[in-house]
Design a protein around this ligand. Sequence first.
Ligand SMILES: Nc1nc2c(ncn2[C@@H]2O[C@H](COP(=O)(O)OP(=O)(O)OP(=O)(O)O)[C@@H](O)[C@H]2O)c(=O)[nH]1
Ligand SMILES: [Mg+2]
Length: 454
Amino acid sequence: MKNFNYDTDDLIVALATPWAESALAIIRTTGSGSIEATSKVFSGRSDLKRAEHNKMSYGFIVDPAEGNKIDEVIVAVFRSPQGYTGQDSTEIYCHGSLPGIKKILDALKSVGFRDASPGEFTFRAFANGKMDLTRAEAVQEIVSAKSNEAQSLALNRLSGGIESKINEVKKLILDTVSAIELQLDYPEDEGGLSHVPVDDILIAQEMIQKLLDTYNAGKVYKDGVKVVLAGKTNAGKSSLFNLFLREDRSIVSEVHGTTRDYLESWISLGGIPIRIYDTAGIRDASDIVEIEGIKRTRNIIDNGDIILYLVDGVLGLQPDEEDEFRKLGQKSNFIPLCSKIDIEGVEVPSGFLGISTVDHTGFSQLENKLKEMVFKGSYIKSGEAVIDSERQKELLERCLTELKLFREGMENGIALDLVAQDIKEALDCLGEITGEITTADILENMFSQFCVGK
Ligand SMILES: Nc1nc2c(ncn2[C@@H]2O[C@H](COP(=O)(O)OP(=O)(O)OP(=O)(O)O)[C@@H](O)[C@H]2O)c(=O)[nH]1
Ligand SMILES: [Mg+2]
């Protein structure tokens, strides 16, 4: 941990709320001596230096040199080893004025604070043993969650859902490791290898596999699903895009080629964050702007998770789109839609889902079909520990491989000191997940993705 360039002893400060005009803003500080340092820029009825843990003090932030008032504030004090980081910390609740925030930050920097790097507060919490790595990862996930469900799943991880599952597995493996070590130390002991609880390893493997099975669903909640609206010009893509968003976001008109670039937006469908794209209608274009728009559209379609292909219900499938339609139809994540079915005489061809953006016919069926496709039947039960971090997934897979090697080794009568190596490596993988074993690179990579102030 020494090479990791986040110092854990100095005084850091950051704005924890967005850098924007608002009713209130929160500036947080941490580091040993941060309460004393904050008190140098605070003037109130009571002495901040003597404030108890978890207590609020009303007063003013003042310029430490001149003593001029900068803002009227409330300061919360958190004393080591309590509080988020485990170090002395303060939180300043001030007015959300940009010049005011800047003056407070400058005043704090003049008394010894420096700007915090991304994730530095959480890193200190981890370094001081306030949380393991799975919880630290969950902190950022909770901040960036894009749907109710994603937020709840992250909250479960933050409360230690993954950590406790990993610890259960770890306990099973540890029991086996101890039995092996005993056997290695006293090989003459009666009972021999029968003392090694190999069946526990089978249970551990099953538990890890169960956790791994939650990865895809977890990833869906975290990263969302890319849904692309595609089709010829005037098919009704932008109208449907607006219906999903429930706002007039994309321009709709009877002019062919209205949408020339793609638009994207986030929506939540039954808790699943969906990134939905409206695209330029596909046709033989001569205008260079439209040609570029269609090129981008094809790129978006190639990278989409689910394609909703609209065929104009009035015109039916056109000869010049048949190839495109057939090609896309080979993808498993393709939903053909027949638009404008409110218009008299429009008939929905077989295999198509009819939809109208005027009277919303077919819209809830479309939503259900999308949900079905996203989960392929594997819904997550609420309260279940779900992994969505690539890092955790890779480590669990490695752990599983090592356990398999260990069991094969035992079955094939490989020397005990050799199979012991496999099982210890499996244990190390679990240690890396929770952060007991870790390298500077892993930490740097993880915490640098955090927001400043977290
Ligand atoms: N009656 C009816 N008209 C629709 C429906 N959906 C779209 N329209 C009309 O069809 C025309 C084209 O709609 P858009 O949503 O702009 O079509 P688009 O596919 O985005 O077209 P481009 O941007 O040109 O590719 C507009 O005049 C819409 O009002 C529908 O469900 N029913
Ligand atoms: Mg459009």
